[in-house]
Write a protein that binds this ligand. Sequence first.
Ligand SMILES: [Zn+2]
Ligand SMILES: [Zn+2]
Length: 270
Amino acid sequence: MKRKVLYLLVVFALVLGTVSVVDANHSWGSYHWARTANPFTLKLGDNLSPSWDPFLRTTSNDWSLSSVINTTIIGGLKNARTCKPTLGRAEICNYKYGRNGWLGIASIWVNGGGHITQGIVKVNDTYFNSAPYNTTAWKNLVMCQEVGHIFGLDHQDEDFNNLPLGTCMDYTNDPIPNQHPNAHDYEMLEGIYTHLDTTTTLSQTSTFPGRGVLEPRDVNLDEIREWGKQIKKSSNRRSSMYEKDLGRGDRVFTFVVWADQEASTDNRER
Ligand SMILES: [Zn+2]
Ligand SMILES: [Zn+2]
């Protein structure tokens, strides 16, 4: 009898262990924008103050080197503080969002068919306005990574102690070698965007969504508690990913890069 209980405990521990393992590959989902041809163009709505514009331009140029994706920067439609999404495109915003712990976030809305319908990127000037984040390298890294998430890309490496991979999709303590995508990121994009769809979730004009696309439910992402459950975390707690179920098969995924001091506070707590 005792032996049976012990056996059950071992099985339980194994199951728990399996569930909590951080998934190191890119299999969290091959979520993608629906489109009928490659390359496709994703509109990046510029809600940035002028000092951020060069970083968005760099990111847009970098990702447009992909054989499947083009990005184009257009006028933003949003108040940067609230940074509400627009169907069929991405909105890119900066603001002093406060000492909320995060340096940057990217959220993508995914419909029941696994297609991305809209995305937002927010970079937090409360941290970027002062050291160590007030550098070109940090701004390039975070902008490039968050926009990469908008395409459906995951991180390449979530172990901070590894050597830098030379991509902005790396989780590094040193931004200098990681300001741009690398060849593997472009390969990943080609993988995600291999098949074509019969519909599109990309907006066909500057203001209207693609036809036949259901309006995803709005959700206020200002507060960490609105992001849903944490489904991934990097080994040094520098970044994490959240998933919120919106019902009807709709979900919103939020990727977070934590500011350093908050990450170390978190480490001490655990
Ligand atoms: Zn598809
Ligand atoms: Zn990220």
